[in-house]
Design a protein around this ligand. Structure first.
Ligand code: ATP
Length: 207
């Protein structure tokens, strides 16, 4: 099974990295592909350029076996839609289950994603939740796809919905950018190599 973890990664931090590592182990993924988004359709444009976000990703996952940076959204023109990314991955990996990992905040907004129902054509969706996350009020579209068997994910290529609790680290890239802007130390929220890169390139200093 191949995992897909999309994001702006502006910058990547331990919230992303810890959950990526946990799901890689829990699902026994052959690889976890971090997919930096080019022009996020849902939100304001990233503060750091795409090549810079990419370099920070590279620094963060150095020596992390099975972690791969997948640049297909950066290489594509126009808006990055996950539905297109999954189609393109499916062409490349025709016989491997694809697992798209999203945070519960992203899942709550899934219905605003471009062609969101078609995400399930080419991947399973795994929602990374915090303890106490309530799945009682799921729409029928989701309920019929719900499974709690990892083996079912392994035996089908796509189409299932699964909720996985992961360790919650209350870290966000927004908070890190604001801290740097206020000249506070973001130490222990993201790798030191990434902090050094941010300092060297004077990123996220708006004032
Ligand atoms: P920003 O603060 O700029 O919105 P972010 O920190 O939320 O950024 P993104 O790049 O937007 O990071 O997130 C990519 C993915 O990582 C999303 O699926 C999001 O739900 C998940 N994610 C973000 N922060 C965490 C965290 N602390 N723990 C686990 N997953 C996270």
């Amino acid at each position: 099974m191949i995992g897909i973890f999309g994001g702006t990664f502006d910058p990547i931090h331990y919230g992303h990295l810890r959950s990526a590592l946990e799901v890689k182990e829990i699902f026994g993924l052959t690889e976890l592909r971090l997919v930096p988004s080019a022009q996020p359709p849902h939100r304001e444009q990233p503060a750091a350029t795409a090549p810079m976000r990419l370099q920070m990703l590279e620094l963060a996952i150095k020596n992390q076996p099975g972690f791969i940076i997948d640049t297909r959204e950066l290489n594509r023109h126009g808006a990055s839609y996950m539905v297109d990314t999954l189609k393109s991955l499916r062409q490349e990996f025709q016989n491997e289950p694809l697992l798209l990992f999203i945070g519960s905040d992203a899942f709550n907004q899934l219905e605003t994603w471009h062609q969101w129902r078609h995400l399930f054509d080419n991947a399973h969706i795994i929602v990374m939740t915090r303890p106490g996350f309530n799945i009682q009020n799921l729409d029928k579209f989701f309920k019929v796809r719900l499974t709690n068997e990892i083996t079912e994910l392994a035996h089908k290529l796509a189409g299932k919905l699964y909720f996985q609790q992961v360790t919650q680290l209350d870290i966000s890239a927004t908070a890190i950018r604001n801290m740097i802007d206020k000249q506070q130390n973001p130490g222990f929220l993201l790798p030191d190599t990434v902090i050094t890169y941010i300092r060297q390139h004077k990123l996220y200093q708006r004032h």
